[in-house]
Design a protein around this ligand. Sequence first.
Ligand code: AMP
Length: 559
Amino acid sequence: MTKSIKRIFGIDLGTTYSSIAYVDEYGKAVIVPNAENERVTPSVVFFDEDNIVVGEVAKESAKLYPNEVVSFIKRSMGEPNFLFEYNGEHYRPEEISAYILKKLAQDARQQLGEEVTDVVITCPAYFGINEREATRKAGEITGFNVRQIINEPTSAAIAYGSIDSTENRVVLVYDLGGGTFDVTMIAISKEAVEVICTGGDHNLGGKDWDDRIVAYLVERFQQETGTNEDILDDPDTWQDLQLSAEKAKKILSQRPKTPISITHGGQRVKLLLEREKFEELTEDLLDRTIDFTREMLQAAKEKGHDSFDEIILVGGATRMPQVSEHISKAFGITPKVFDPDEAVAKGAAIYGWKLALNDDLIRRISEKTKKNIDRIENITELIDRKEISAEAFREAAQELAADTGYTLPSVENALQRVINVTSKSFGIVAHNPHNEEIVFNLVLRNTGVPIKIRKNFYTAADNQRTVLIRIMESETNRIEIPLEHAMDIKTAVLHLPSDLPSDFPIEITFDLNEEGRLLIMAEETRDSQKVTVEVDTASVIEGEEFELAKLRSQRLVVH
Ligand code: AMP
């Protein structure tokens, strides 16, 4: 009988739709359909008294109960001021996202008869430090052991690379989802999936195409009925038009025209929307994605990468035929449409599966060599450094393959590394020689992660007990930037031992890990006295609020 490894699920927590996948006993990534037998679940949450309804029913309820329904919550991830109020209680984006995750997990448990405990969750490549942290927190509120947060394009590239990983190639992942656009250059080889450069806009996605249709419908309604009333002020009409627009957009991906009817205030207008008109209404949106792509290519060039082999399309909105056409025209290469709705969840599942295989391999190698290995970053290096023998590795891999029924190459491929870059620059507030406050960037965007930066800070007075460090995030590529070009994301307060003289060095380590989380440590190097760091951020749920959300999420039933 074959033994199985720990199952780690992959979750695509999307702006408009979410999905969950796992790797089956044949090593193939499969999507778990939801209770409604759909492969994707609308990321929409309906607060219905003591019930939380997520998915299609919530999406449809938005029309009747616009104030009780939350959509596009991902756009608010990491926003300090977003609070949804319902029945006198407040909900942060993390908690609302946790309900979506809970629905996915519940449905998967029902389908598979197995609890979802460990997960890999994806987020857009350009998510900053707080948005990533918030995504992780959403998973933790759900009760998951969040193994890693990985980037959506990387995930898509993993799914793509797992299909044919024999040859080395550089791909551009053009990902146009419901609310976000990103474009990423990734090198895929047998040894690694390496992100070279990334760019995008987190306020550009399929929804913007819908909005253009909505605006056009309003205009046509006004023309036909002779009114100049803004019919979108009526929430029912607004909701109706949003749904009709999205539907029309999808039909136009298949057909040259579609009928649409607009009903408002007892009047009805029927019209025919042609694909050509739709393309004309939205051409500038597509142009923006091309501009972002060129910008990213320029940044890649500056890093010494000036060519790519193929473009792959992911994200539901790349189904619009004009996307391929535009890209072909702009870059002289026909993009490949690759599993646009499912690639991200599947890639995350494959990544999770690799983590599980890795865990198992490490356990076996540790047992064989009687050495405590906590992770394998680079197996060749470990073998080269003679920390483990090639035989021990081969034997462990063979045993694992025999026990699980997975092929030996797939077990060996589990060691394929994923190398990421940071999509933002981060730095600290400091004074320049003119004594003006500026941001001094410690890490520039598109630098490979993990990365550790050490920096000395000096006490300003005798017996100083605290040092405050303001941590800032930005999208520029310069070392020194004005304060207003960056965003405050965290403050770190160092609690110092007493009796330190003025001008005393404290070494701070900023550790930007492989998933883009920032850990901060501080050390007083002379007498090795303890310095504690208290990190505070207003944009991520923490402390009591986090515990409360966790409790509430356990209590609430999600449908
Ligand atoms: P994603 O976030 O990747 O799930 O993408 C969702 C977006 O893709 C939404 O804006 C959908 O309206 C859009 N979408 C899904 N299917 C199609 C289609 N057939 N044609 C055009 N857009 C689509």
